[in-house]
Design a protein around this ligand. Structure first.
Ligand code: HEC
Length: 100
């Protein structure tokens, strides 16, 4: 019993302390994407209507968050979504997407 509890505690510690390389807030970014309906066109590993997070990450790897934001804003497909999204939400999302 005690061993099981220790294992559970260790598991939780790992879940709470993400590696330091995760600079962007992954959970917040994914919540924002869900809230703004990005998920109806984007998925983590597969192309859906739009490119996967991985493809977006590959395209903007090493580039600035602002460049990814500008790239997204430049696509006409996002017009209606952009009317309902703020730059601060987009920044959180893009910081995370670039790391994918
Ligand atoms: C109606 C479907 C749809 C929704 C909703 C949508 N996207 Fe997209 N997205 C696309 C399509 C299609 C492309 C590819 C456009 C192209 O390359 O011409 C794309 C491309 C992108 C790209 C890559 C831009 C580039 O420079 O290549 C990013 C980043 C992106 N979307 C982010 C988002 C985010 C963040 C949201 C939510 C706020 C979102 N998208 C919502 C369809 C959508």
């Amino acid at each position: 019993m005690r061993k099981i509890l220790m294992a559970a505690a260790a598991g939780m510690a790992v879940a709470v302390f993400q590696p330091a390389s995760w600079a962007a807030d992954a959970r917040l970014a994914q919540d924002e994407m869900k809230e703004h309906g990005c998920l109806s066109c984007h998925e983590a590993a597969k192309k859906k209507v739009g490119p996967s997070y991985k493809d977006i990450g590959a395209k903007y790897k090493g580039k600035k968050t602002e460049e990814a934001m500008a790239g997204m804003k430049g696509k006409p497909v996002h017009k209606s979504i952009l009317a309902k999204t703020t730059d601060s939400s987009l920044k959180v999302i893009m910081e995370w997407l670039i790391e994918q």
